[in-house]
Ligand binder design. Structure first.
Ligand SMILES: Nc1nc2c(ncn2[C@@H]2O[C@H](COP(=O)(O)OP(=O)(O)OP(=O)(O)O)[C@@H](O)[C@H]2O)c(=O)[nH]1
Ligand SMILES: [Mg+2]
Length: 190
């Protein structure tokens, strides 16, 4: 149960990351996939993380302290076509710096849109994370948007790349799967 959630800070480089060695869970995924929405839902706070209809809104790593014990970290989305080349490069550098310097990072939640994913970018990110031995949780998002036919097509696509029990299906609109996701953090924290 999340009893308390608090925005702590936004950071773009190492010096700005929290220094208190609490466990962290990173939310990664393409722009607009629903990272900030999921954090808001998990924390039951509508406006804790900023959500937008315009993709590319989150441009820093945002740290949310949960129950005063661990952080959920909201990252900018990748694969946002309208970003400048220099913005894409600095995004890559920021994520890489973060991933390589955080021993307190316990899990990476890789969010993938259930209707369109996994995209090429999603698979590159997944391989990258696995290559560096991160514990990856694949979170399929917005499953409320698919009809039956689209759901079985999505199932097939995801099966080609991930084990079925490795994927958590979620919808913040219909409140699906969020308890399962929270359990993953809870198990580490226990
Ligand atoms: N139907 C539906 N829409 C969702 C769901 N989750 C998020 N959305 C919508 O998807 C859009 C993008 O959500 P965000 O949470 O801002 O996505 P993000 O991944 O944080 O995006 P960036 O910060 O740009 O990387 C918003 O319009 C949300 O309302 C869901 O489960 N179902
Ligand atoms: Mg966001």
């Amino acid at each position: 149960m999340i009893k308390q959630a608090e925005f702590i800070l936004s950071a773009v480089n190492k010096e700005q990351f929290p220094q208190d060695f609490k466990n962290e869970y990173l939310f990664l995924g393409r722009s607009n996939v629903g990272k900030s929405s999921l954090i808001n839902f998990l924390t039951k706070r509508k406006n804790l993380a900023r959500i937008s209809k315009t993709p590319g809104r989150t441009i820093t790593l945002n740290f949310y302290l949960i129950n005063e014990t661990f952080y959920l970290v909201d990252a900018p989305g990748y694969g946002y076509a309208r970003r400048s080349k220099s913005a894409i490069a600095s995004f890559g550098q920021m994520i890489e710096t973060y991933l390589k310097s955080r021993s307190q990072l316990k899990k990476v939640c890789l969010l993938i849109d259930y209707k369109v994913g996994p995209t090429k970018d999603d698979l590159i990110m997944y391989d990258y994370l696995k290559h560096f031995d991160f514990e990856v949780v694949v979170v399929a998002t917005k499953i409320d948007k698919l009809n039956q036919k689209e759901t079985s097509a999505a199932k097939k696509r995801f099966k080609q790349h991930f084990q079925t029990n490795q994927v958590i299906l979620t919808s913040v609109v219909k409140n699906i799967g969020l308890d399962l996701l929270f359990k993953i953090f809870d198990e580490v924290e226990k």
